[in-house]
Design a protein around this ligand. Structure first.
Ligand SMILES: [Zn+2]
Length: 227
């Protein structure tokens, strides 16, 4: 978060709110800090978010979804568009708490011709059309690629992206002027193993998240990746 003047009450309040949200994510076991974590990229970091644990506590998820809904309450919405099945529980909670009572749909991620792409399942396609007002909801906004592709998709259908709501946003992500609201805005440094200060201190490397991810991926995907 950018440094704000100490006496700015709005900035202080935002900072406190962010701390509370971080605490909530810690309670679910999703947020790890003061650790030495191996990332899927092979880099190391001291903080990590385990996305699959973010929405395991219904009352927390409802509370977090309500905060996002409240932020976007002044804008009428027709559709909450989840970036994928993974952000669907949060999307449901946002839609449930928004005064417009929007419907909820999700995109699906895939690859075509070596490029990442997102599509809408056929059943949802008639639900986003000219004039539809869409809020995109993501759990962890990391590279922003998926959200970018979804914005393009929505706009190609003649619909309008009202904004993007997410639990966590890496500060470096630029969403081309679209209003992004995140409960936590935070970047953490990642290091190549050769210049990782945590390695230099001899702190044991936590490989459990990468191991778990590999277990979840189908064997065929693992084989083609390592080929
Ligand atoms: Zn390290």
């Amino acid at each position: 978060m950018a440094a704000a003047p100490k006496n700015d009450p709005a900035a202080v309040e935002a900072e406190i709110r962010e701390k509370i949200h971080l605490e909530i994510l810690k309670r679910t076991g999703a947020y790890h800090s003061n650790d030495h974590v191996l990332l899927p990229s092979g880099h190391h970091t001291s903080e990590y978010i385990e996305k699959t644990l973010v929405t395991t506590e219904p009352s927390f998820t409802e509370g977090l979804g309500a905060v996002i809904a409240k932020h976007f309450a002044p804008w009428p919405l027709d559709v909450v568009l989840s970036t994928g099945p993974g952000a669907l529980i949060l999307s449901h909670c946002v839609a449930r708490a928004h005064p417009s009572r929007p419907i909820v749909v999700y995109g699906t991620k895939g690859h075509a011709g070596g490029q990442r792409r997102v599509t809408l399942p056929a059943e949802f396609q008639r639900l986003i059309r000219e004039g539809t007002r869409v809020l995109i909801v993501e759990d962890l906004l990391s590279s922003g690629v998926t959200v970018d592709l979804l914005i393009d998709l929505v706009e190609q259908l003649g619909a309008q992206v009202v904004g993007v709501g997410c639990l966590w946003r890496r500060i470096s992500v630029d969403m081309h002027g679209k209003p992004v609201f995140s409960l936590v805005s935070r970047d953490f440094p990642t290091y190549a193993p050769s210049d990782c200060p945590l390695c230099k201190k001899g702190i044991p490397l936590n490989e459990e998240f990468v191991r778990r991810r590999n277990l979840r991926r189908p064997a065929a995907a693992r084989a083609s990746k390592s080929a």
